[in-house]
Design a protein around this ligand. Sequence first.
Ligand code: ATP
Ligand code: MN
Length: 143
Amino acid sequence: MYDTILVPTDDSEPAGEAVDHGIDLAASCDATLHVLSVVDSSAYASLDVSSEQALDELEARAEAATGEIAETAAEAGIEAVTTVSIGTPHEQITDYAEAVDVDLIVMGTHGRTGLDRFLLGSVTERVVRAAPAPVLTVRATES
Ligand code: ATP
Ligand code: MN
């Protein structure tokens, strides 16, 4: 039923729990796992030299994080495709889901900011509203 599963990650702990769930699910469905990390460009609207370096650094970190997830997936016998993009996270996630025609998106209820007073983080809320596929949200357990 789920042949192509997308797990977006901001390399946070809550996202990590969603990623683990996505890997388990991909394994049980024999699905291909797509891992997408978006470097948020809104913080870098007016690029100068120093922030361009910061952007490179963020891209490198996102590449390392998605690469690690792909390795974990490979150990579980799952084929994984990793992508790092720059832009507005919720737009990039829904555009990717549409372009690749994913069957399911698995993401955390929260991410880096992780404010508990909101039911959902803003990225997840917007993806749930606009996604072309069902969204499975994973609530992080308190640690
Ligand atoms: P907010 O960003 O609204 O202040 P938050 O950081 O707690 O709150 P979200 O950003 O919505 O919550 O994160 C929820 C989930 O969305 C994460 O677990 C992750 O799956 C996904 N996500 C968030 N940001 C990104 C990103 N930049 N790239 C890929 N996935 C992301
Ligand atoms: Mn966030």
